[in-house]
Design a protein around this ligand. Structure first.
Ligand SMILES: [Zn+2]
Length: 269
């Protein structure tokens, strides 16, 4: 849903509540979320105010009498922000392909920086909680290094100070990325194990030496195909890693264009 659609379909609190209710309880409210009994009634308030919605549900079980609304126990629970702001915020996050900064968020939503930061991080947390299935079919994998310009020479020069990010993507699917300490097998094997379905058709990587070592204990060696970038081989039939390269490219342009600077501590977000 884009911002215009949010404005059209979810322009009032009532519309938002109806929408949340349909998502949560497509067949209507059947049970009390607290005690599980089926004696639930809808109660209309005579006068609705800003903080008092026009109606709520009530459990009629004598020992319970729980009052609840469709937002109970959700992302929107106990929020003082109008629901319309939440939906505008969600639309902004979902449509920002390269990410969006809390500053941009503040400007777009017309809220304080503190509110913008809170909304942004809550939405991202919820997005990360969803269980993304393991990647199957043809999976491309690569690693990338994130970090500013290196000053000076010596032990800190080069990749040492850069942060390593592993990435895997299913063709036509969504990517998975993980901030790892380095590309030692002990760090990348758990990522592959957690991201790639054991029944994957093929795994494409470049010829970096650590992939064979990480893929072997996972019994993926027979389905591993590599491209020799050193001799200029980037595509061989349907073997290529352009999809994951594009993911990294968006990710990096996001860091440069939206976040400007990302500390190692927050990189995983
Ligand atoms: Zn109850």
């Amino acid at each position: 849903m884009n911002l215009c659609e949010v404005h059209e379909k979810l322009g009032t609190t009532e519309q938002c509540l109806e929408y949340i209710e349909k998502m949560r309880w497509p067949d209507g409210v059947k049970r009390c979320p607290t005690c599980g009994c089926e004696k639930v009634v809808k109660v209309e308030r005579k006068t609705a105010s800003k903080n008092n919605r026009g109606w709520f549900y009530m459990c009629q079980e004598a020992t319970c009498h729980q009052q609840f609304s469709p937002t109970a126990g959700t992302l929107f629970h106990d929020s003082h922000l109008p629901l319309i702001k939440w939906f505008q915020a969600i639309a902004l996050v979902l449509n920002a392909k390269k990410g969006i900064s809390a500053m941009q968020f503040r400007r777009d939503l017309g809220v304080s920086y503190k509110t913008a930061w809170y909304l942004y991080h809550r939405i991202r947390e919820i997005m990360a909680e969803g269980d993304i299935p393991k990647l199957g079919g043809i999976v491309e994998m690569n690693e990338t290094y994130v970090g500013g310009k290196q000053k000076g020479k010596g032990v800190y020069y080069g990749k040492k100070q850069k942060q390593t990010v592993m990435g895997a993507v299913q063709r036509e699917g969504i990517p998975k990325m993980l901030h790892v300490e380095d590309t030692k097998v002990k760090n990348i094997k758990p990522f592959i194990e957690a991201s790639v379905d054991p029944n994957v058709e093929r795994v494409m990587t470049d010829q970096s030496i650590f992939y064979p070592y990480a893929l072997k204990p996972l019994n993926l060696t027979d389905r591993h195909e590599t491209l020799n970038h050193i001799i200029g081989e980037y595509v061989r039939g349907d073997a290529y890693t352009n999809t994951i390269e594009n993911v990294f490219s968006l990710f990096k342009r996001g860091i440069i264009g939206q976040y400007h600077k990302v500390s190692a501590k927050h990189l995983q977000r």
